[in-house]
Design a protein around this ligand. Sequence first.
Ligand code: FES
Ligand code: FES
Length: 158
Amino acid sequence: MGKVRIDLRVNGSAKTVDTYPMARLLDVLREQIGLTGTKEGCGEGECGACSVLVNGELVNSCLVPVLQVAGCEILTVEGLAENGQLHPMQQAFAETGGAQCGICTPGMILAACVLLKRFPCPTDRQIRDGLAGNLCRCTGYQKIFDAVREAGRAMAGT
Ligand code: FES
Ligand code: FES
């Protein structure tokens, strides 16, 4: 099958791409829309580096054919900052050292935002479970968990 025209909504803006229907959402975001914050790790649905939100659900964009998300609301890490201000989760990752090489970080931050929506003040167990689909080779996870707790406190205003 040849290329088709697909309408997407990415970080609140309408985007139209001409692409193959089975193109990976990951590649369309990075190569056609220019949002390179979303990273590729394994390319097989195992590491979470490519995580984005589709209609509020965390998905591995390396596994999603772009046609499947036509018309859906897609949020990438670039969509988190507002008015030039980092999102509290981004800020917390930067301050606690939760980001090192940065490959896992965008996906980890989005997964952590989903986690805090469910559990605004998460236990260690809830953080571990909530981030279980996102792998990090650098940090040993402790600083990531610290960042999530810190962002939870900042977002709760405590
Ligand atoms: S690159 Fe998609 S899950 Fe690893
Ligand atoms: S910071 Fe390098 S993989 Fe997590």
